[in-house]
Design a protein around this ligand. Structure first.
Ligand code: ZN
Length: 604
């Protein structure tokens, strides 16, 4: 092995049947007073303490022939006996978490994030790392390949061998997929972009490449350049039912459902495929926003404990705004389709009273204990910095456009953030984006941020969307599957609601969330209750809309429901459905200035 690397990691799927990776780490110049090593407590992009050390099974250390003692100092830290020559530690990692945040290994494939498998050598986080990725032993694994954005040293492209990272931060920011996956490559900005699909699927790879290329190009054009990288990799795990994504500096790990992917000869864009492209667009936008343009508090990351910022509304919210906007700007979806998506995002915010109790800035700060630890009270008590942040971004974009007669926009803010912070890797101080937005708008926006970011005021979308020739309205929810976004011209003023979100349960209709001040809450029903009958008729999620349809506002219903194993009886008075579903449509005859504004906004 090369001597020029201070740290040499080696990882092998040593026992795929038992889901075990074996990792060895050689430290050329260990701390002479006893080297400390630590596993991260969290992975960047997913703000929850996960204590990855809990999946370390056995650990040993040696220096040449000599075995060294190791001591655990706390939940994540080990200390090796003092030694003045190079030392090697070896440990086993249990990998059975099929998510984008951790590691997974079986006889069909392996996946790992560095944060789940590579220990940090304390005091040497800035040292260069050689990474040897070895294949599992046995005939069954002969066809396995490697997909990662990590830099190759001796390894051939998509093969086992040696890779390297310049420091620990880089080492843990290139997830790795091992297996017999489907691979396609397209080029944008002279840079290869791989799409890697693991799992059973029948996806049209050409269609995927064509659509992703347009989306990537749109984001690159907005920022002016793709950050320097050898290649970008979309690592996709395809399952029957799943959804998730995590951003990295030159790749993203995604989890999707088989039905999300386009089939050969499928012309239209299904709602599921649109969602998948939105997810890809989101993670790709993060290549700039959060992976390079970062909150000051994340430079460097402290992976041993929670790290606080009030800026996730910008790093996740602005990204959530541009993900769907990127789809329409790239021409992958129509304007009508975009307005539907935007209406759905708004609906997710407006359907929760939590938006009136927690600000987007508070939601960012408390992500560790609230957004990432949601319970049944979430819609009542918290707001998402993703969705509310996206709405703040939209309002900010339209406000800057109006103040500057469309000379500047949120695009201008992002371009400046890239030039002044992302490219030179200078952290973004708290509240800096607000000041920069005011400068670019040429007007003082502090009142805007005070109201919509630090307080819980609803944003005046009727007025804002009117500027770009779009009619915005709040309408009642029509049925349990109504996600919003579909404009209703003649609103039915007699629609009722019970004030709960419902999931299917074999024995009845389960209340997942009971909304504040709604009829279900007033009747005494609680989250977790399973409604089995309404007015003595058996009830399920499938028939509840139909069962309730004949009843009117103020009608009283007899509800039978189980709470745990106890059958209970409730009297529920139906109420008028609130106006909490958002929808938009293009105005029929917009004037010249509205049309100009609309074109300027959606089509660059
Ligand atoms: Zn994100």
């Amino acid at each position: 092995m090369s001597k020029e690397f201070d740290l040499q990691y080696s990882i092998i799927p040593s026992n795929p049947e038992a889901h075990i990776f074996t990792v060895s780490l050689t430290i050329n110049n260990p701390d002479p007073s006893g080297q400390k090593l630590r596993m991260p407590a969290w992975i960047p992009g997913s703000y929850m303490i996960r204590d990855f050390a809990r999946t370390i099974i056995t650990l040993s250390a040696c220096s040449g022939e000599r075995t060294l003692n190791t001591t655990k100092l706390d939940k994540s830290t080990w200390q090796v006996e003092a030694c003045d020559t190079s030392l090697t530690i070896q440990y086993e990692v249990y990998a059975w978490d099929l998510s984008v945040r951790s590691a997974h290994l079986d006889t069909t494939h392996g996946f790992f994030n560095g944060t789940s498998v590579f220990m940090e050598v304390i005091g040497q986080a800035d040292k260069s790392c050689l990474v040897e990725i070895l294949p599992p032993e046995g005939e069954n694994y002969k066809k396995w390949k490697v997909a990662t954005s990590m830099s190759q040293l001796d390894a051939e492209l998509h093969n086992f061998g040696t890779y390297y990272a310049n420091d620990y931060d880089e080492l843990v920011d290139h997830p790795v997929e091992l297996g017999n996956f489907t691979l396609a490559t397209f080029y944008v900005a002279d840079t290869p972009h791989d799409i890697v699909l693991t799992g059973k699927h029948n996806a049209d790879m050409k269609r995927l490449c064509d659509d992703l290329e347009k989306i990537c190009r749109t984001h690159i054009n907005m920022f002016g350049e793709l950050p320097k990288m050898e290649r970008y990799v979309f690592l996709v795990m395809v399952v029957g039912d799943g959804y998730g994504g995590l951003e990295h500096r030159s790749s993203t790990a995604l989890l999707c459902s088989r039905n999300d992917l386009p089939l050969t000869n499928q012309q239209e864009i299904s709602e599921e495929y649109r969602t998948f492209l939105g997810l890809c667009s989101h993670e790709y936008f993060h290549t700039w926003n959060v992976k390079r343009i970062k909150p000051e508090a994340y430079l460097p990351y402290d992976l041993s404990q929670e790290t606080y910022t009030r800026q996730l509304w910008a790093f996740e919210g602005i990204t959530s705004y541009y993900d769907d906007l990127g789809l329409v700007r790239s021409g992958v979806i129509s304007r009508e389709s975009y307005l539907e998506l935007l209406g759905q995002t708004m609906t997710r915010v407006y359907r929760g009273e939590g938006r009136l109790k927690q600000s987007a800035a508070e939601s960012s700060f408390d992500t560790w204990t609230k957004f990432y630890k949601q319970d049944e009270s979430a819609p009542n008590n918290i707001v998402s910095y993703y969705t509310k942040g996206a709405l703040i971004a939209l309002a900010l974009d339209l406000a800057i456009r109006q103040a500057t007669s469309h000379q500047s926009s949120l695009d201008t803010v992002m371009q400046r953030l890239w030039q002044e912070h992302g490219k030179p890797m200078i952290g973004v101080p708290e509240a800096h984006i607000e000041q920069m937005s005011s400068e670019i708008a040429g007007i003082d926006l502090s009142n805007f941020f005070q109201r919509y970011l630090y307080n819980t005021d609803d944003i005046p979308f009727d007025e804002l969307m009117g500027q770009v020739g779009i009619q915005w309205q709040l309408q009642p929810t029509t049925n349990l599957d109504d996600k919003g976004g579909k404009f209703i011209d003649d609103i039915d003023k007699t629609l009722t609601w019970i004030g709960a979100r419902i999931a299917n349960e074999s024995t009845g209709a389960k209340l997942v969330h009971v909304l504040d001040n709604g009829p279900a809450q007033k009747a005494g029903l609680a989250a977790g209750d399973i409604i089995i009958a309404i007015n003595n008729i058996r009830t399920s999620k499938q028939n509840i809309d139909k069962l309730l349809a004949p009843y009117s506002i103020n009608d009283r219903l007899l509800i039978h429901a189980f709470r745990r194993d106890e059958l209970m009886q409730f009297e529920l008075t139906l109420e008028k459905a609130p106006l909490s579903t958002c929808a938009m449509k293009l105005q029929e005859s917009p004037d010249e200035s509205q049309l100009h504004a609309l074109n300027n906004w959606l089509k660059r």
